[in-house]
Design a binder for this molecule. Structure first.
Ligand code: NI
Length: 164
């Protein structure tokens, strides 16, 4: 296992189109274990492959010990709307109240190629939506007001500048 570098907004890889996984091979197992390690190292509860620069449909989640690997996930049903405070490893230091579906149904494969269907509600539904959004190039910044968008861009640009 190895930790990988987390890509920070506005890295273009976060907007790149992602490919479906068609082989459940050793390369996928390595990607998944690296993603878990990177997520734990960064104290995250979810991580999508584009966030480490890999344009593939893979997500890992560990929410209070409930671990999920989502390969080629598809949300098949959304109901209701709730507001939660969300953060994102690609937006360090940014936490925003945004709305997401209250209940979802999701189909996905695990890293071994087994099919799963889940009905979820509560914060875990929000985590699934947030991570699956990453596979479609959609992020936290796309879900806030124009004023907040400007604020977030400035804050991250400042952070980037201070590293040099
Ligand atoms: Ni995120």
């Amino acid at each position: 296992m190895a930790t990988r570098e987390i890509k920070i907004f506005p890295d273009p890889v976060l907007r790149a189109e992602t490919k479906k996984i068609d082989k459940f091979d050793d390369e996928l197992q390595k990607l998944v274990s690296d993603m878990f390690e990177t997520m734990y190292f960064s104290d995250g509860i979810g991580l999508a492959a584009p966030q480490i620069g890999v344009s593939q449909k893979v997500v890992v989640i560990d929410y209070h010990g409930d671990k999920y690997t989502l390969v080629n996930p598809v949300i098949t049903k959304c109901e209701g709307s709730v507001v939660n405070e969300e953060g994102c490893l690609s937006f360090p230091g940014i936490y925003e109240k945004v709305s997401s579906p209250e209940k979802i149904s999701v189909d996905f494969y695990d890293e071994k190629g087994n099919e799963h269907s889940l009905d979820l509600d509560g914060f875990i539904a929000c985590v699934f939506c947030h991570e699956i959004d990453h596979l479609n190039g959609r992020m936290l910044i796309d879900r806030v007001s124009p004023v907040k968008k400007t604020f977030i861009k400035k804050k991250l640009a400042k952070r980037e500048g201070s590293k040099r």
